[in-house]
Every structure is written in C-alpha cells, then in structure tokens.
Design a protein around this ligand. Structure first.
Ligand SMILES: [Zn+2]
Length: 472
C-alpha cells in the first residue's frame, strides 16, 4: 500500500512539473508589452475588487470591477465588469496604453469601518462647543482697530498676539478691497487656545449676548492641539477670504460652494503672501497644504492630488487643491499684479456662467448625483471659464498654453474645454451680496440650530452604538 501511494505521488509530481513547464512559457509577456504587463501584474489585481479608471479626454470617472487579466502574443487585455452599465467591458492593449491611471477604489469601506469613522466625526461634533461659545460666552477684548475689527479671547491670551492678528487682518483687507472685494461691517476674531475644532470662519454674521451686534466671526483655534495655527498668517488670510466671499457674494453664488470656497481661500492667502504654502505649522516645518505641488500634509500624513483619481469624497480641503493649483498657475503665468486686477472679474464670471455649464452637461445627459464626479465637472468648468475670461487679455496666448498643459496633465480634452467655453453665457441673476438687506436677528434660528444639532448628534451616537453591537 505505501509503495503504490508513493508511486502515485511520484507520477503526480511528474505531471505537475510538466504542466508547470507549460505555464511560464504561456505567462511570459511578449517584448512589445512586457513592461506594461509587468506593471499591471505588480498592482496585484484581486477578482471582484473595484478600480477607478480614467480614460484620457473623458471627464467621467468609471468604477469597474476586476475580473481577469489576459494576454496573448498580440495583445494584453483586461476584463472588467462595469457595475453601472451592468455589462462587460474589455479594454485591449492599445486602450490600456492610453489609460491615464488605474487606481484601486479605496472609497469602498466596510460598514464597520464607516461606523468607526462616523463615530469619530460625531465625537468631534459633540466636543465642539463653538456654537455655545459664539452665543453666550463672555470674552476679553485683546485688540481693536477702527471700530471694524476686534480681537477677543480669554484671560490666558496675550494682547500682543491679539494686536498682531488685528493688524494683519487690516492689511489683508486693504489688499482685497483694492481688488474689488467687500468686507463685513464688523469682524470679531475669537482667539481660543482650548477648543476641539480647528480655525474656522462663520459665513453669516452672528450675535453674542454680551455684545449684541451682528458680527462676522473668525475663530482662530489650535488645529488638533497645534497652537501654532492660532498665530499663522496664512491660516488667518484663508479664514478671512471665506468671510470676504460671504460679504461680497450671496450664499447661492457658485464661488460660495464649499470646495470652491476652500480653493479661493487658499489662493487668497497664497496670493497675499506670495507663497503657495498654507499653514506651515507641522512639526517637521512642512505646510498643511502646498497648492503649487497639490500636497496636503498633517504631521506624518501625506495626501496628494496628482490626478483626478486622487479625489476623495468628503475631503474638501485636499480636493480643493486641484482648483487652487490652477489659480496659482494662472498667477505664475500672468504675474501677481495682473492677477490682482483680474481675480474678482474671474470670480464674477464663475458665478454668472455656471447655469449655462449646467445646461451643457444636461444636454450631454451627464448630470450626476455622484459627488466626486460632480467635482471633476467643476474642475472642467473652472478651466473653461478661465479660457473664456482670458480671451480679452494681452496675455491670452500664454494663458491658453498654461491651460493646454494643465488640461493635458489632468487628462481632460482641450477641444472639449474650448467647446464648453464657447457655450458659456452670462446669467441675469445677481450674485452680489447686498449689505442693506439686513439679516434678521439670527440669534433665534442659530440657537435652535445649535440645540437641534446637539440632539441630532446625540441620537446618531446611540444609533451607531446599537449598530456596532449588532455587527459584533
Ligand atoms: Zn477653509
């Protein structure tokens, strides 16, 4: 018996060896596509995994499920199932070569991972007492400039830092007023060394019961405990640009859309300081964001926006670098002075042309509810508006060349952008904020809103806990 088992095993080994001899020959790629094939193999495809795929010239990002990689002497083909179209798509060798990028879809988190992340967000929201602070907390005046700017804090905050913030804010405002932006009638900067939320700006003016006048508020808090954020000039200018956008344009204006506002805020700070680095407060002396390099860093954590496939849902600050980078390139191309003259007209155009772009997308039947896809359309739109706006400038050919390079770099299509730009028309709607239309005393809705959000967050917390117990 053991003898027959042993001989069977021997034959099995011989058979396996013969088969294995066949495989390496078949698996060996032909020289023409060997490097491509090996690089595809390196990215270790797993059956059933989803990938985001960008085809050059097409602004639509596809999410495909990997099925198999197949190669013959003539071509390498990769088989995906397009989950949206519910039919197979086979891309042949030449098409693979044209692929801008292929990236594993990291947005598909498991339910448990989503719950854990959600819980963290909820915890921060609960800890964040900014609404209560804004409404009822008494503050000590640290500095005051021309009745229009006041910096407040508590007993621990220094008046010297308060005065520095007030002066910086004044000089920034002056520069931005010259460019045509409007500033709020009264601004209160709250310096706070012990808050859970980072630096931020509140859009509409709010009231504090100890100082009953509507004031636009900028809160200079530490960022995740990093107190350098409180004194950072670029962070102050970033937050100030937010408030200037809200006192120049109405809330529905395109430039006040969240990621757009982030891009403009970063650019505003970079333009003022002649430096693309925003918030150089990391311990290794790197900035939170570098809009020239499209890199965001927080301590050891690095987030790049190299291609459209790097766009991630819910990361407005990082995603906005795709747009602030274009604005920075425009400034580099036409010079700081010309940029100062044309920045406001460019933002006006972004507001007024937007409806016609939406109509264009509708005619293509491409209207989408997907946020990442929507953002990619927004980048395309910004490129088209810059192209159209620059038509009357002396530097148009230089700008066009810069845009052409950017369009190529991001794998958009120049003739498509030119086509869009020719179809943009101004809307009759007015997007200018009128300070005379007084906001009704916002204390009641804001108080209700604050309590409502606390109740909602507490409720969500309980739901997440229950879901975690069930999933355990
Ligand atoms: Zn911001």
């Amino acid at each position: 018996m053991p003898c027959t088992l042993r001989s069977m095993f021997k034959y099995l080994i011989i058979i396996l060896c013969t088969i294995s001899l066949y495989f390496p020959i078949k698996g060996k790629a032909q020289p023409v596509c060997s490097s491509l094939f090996s690089s595809l193999q390196e990215s270790s495809f797993q059956k059933g995994e989803t990938y985001r795929v960008q085809l050059a010239g097409d602004p639509v990002i596809q999410t495909l499920k990997f099925r198999e990689l197949h190669q013959s002497a003539e071509q390498v083909s990769i088989k995906f199932t397009n989950s949206r179209l519910k039919k197979d798509k086979i891309y042949k060798e030449d098409e693979i070569a044209n692929w801008a990028k292929l990236e594993k879809d990291t947005t598909s988190l498991s339910v448990k991972e989503v719950l854990t992340e959600l819980k963290d967000v909820l915890r921060v929201m609960l800890l964040d007492t900014s609404w209560a602070q804004l409404l009822v907390r008494p503050y000590r005046l640290l500095a005051k400039n021309n009745k229009t700017v006041e910096v407040v804090g508590d007993l621990k905050n220094s008046k010297k830092i308060g005065q520095k913030i007030a002066n910086n804010l004044d000089s920034f405002d002056k520069t931005m007023m010259k460019m045509g932006f409007k500033k709020p009638s009264i601004t209160r900067v709250i310096v706070n060394n012990s808050s859970a939320s980072g630096p931020h700006s509140i859009g509409p003016p709010v009231i504090n019961i100890w100082s009953p006048k509507l004031k636009t508020v900028i809160v200079m808090n530490p960022l995740f405990g990093n107190k350098a954020a409180v004194e950072s000039e670029s962070i102050l200018y970033h937050e100030r640009t937010h408030s200037l956008m809200h006192s120049t344009y109405t809330i529905p204006a395109y430039v006040n859309k969240s990621f757009m506002n982030e891009a403009i805020a970063d650019f505003g700070a970079a333009h003022m300081l002649n430096n693309p680095q925003i918030g150089k407060i990391n311990k290794d002396n790197t900035p939170l964001r570098n809009i020239e390099e499209r890199v965001a860093r927080h301590e050891g954590d690095v987030n790049r926006r190299t291609s459209l496939l790097d766009i991630r849902s819910g990361m407005n600050h990082e995603n906005s670098m795709m747009i602030s980078n274009i604005l920075w390139k425009l400034r580099t191309t036409i010079g700081a002075e010309m940029m100062s003259n044309t920045f406001k007209p460019l933002l006006d155009n972004l507001n007024t042309y937007h409806k016609s772009y939406e109509n264009f997308i509708k005619t293509e039947n491409r209207k989408t509810s997907d946020k990442i896809q929507q953002f990619i359309y927004d980048i395309e739109y910004v490129l088209a508006v810059i192209l159209k706006t620059s038509k009357t400038w002396d530097s148009h050919s230089k700008v066009r060349e810069m845009l052409r390079e950017t369009i190529y770099d991001l794998n958009f299509n120049m003739s498509r952008i030119e086509n869009i730009s020719s179809k943009l028309t101004a809307s009759t709607k007015n997007f200018n904020y009128n300070s005379k239309t007084k906001i009704p005393l916002s204390i009641i809705p804001i108080t209700i809103g604050a309590y409502k959000s606390i109740v909602q967050v507490s409720f969500l917390f309980i739901v997440v806990d229950i879901a975690n117990i069930i999933l355990r």
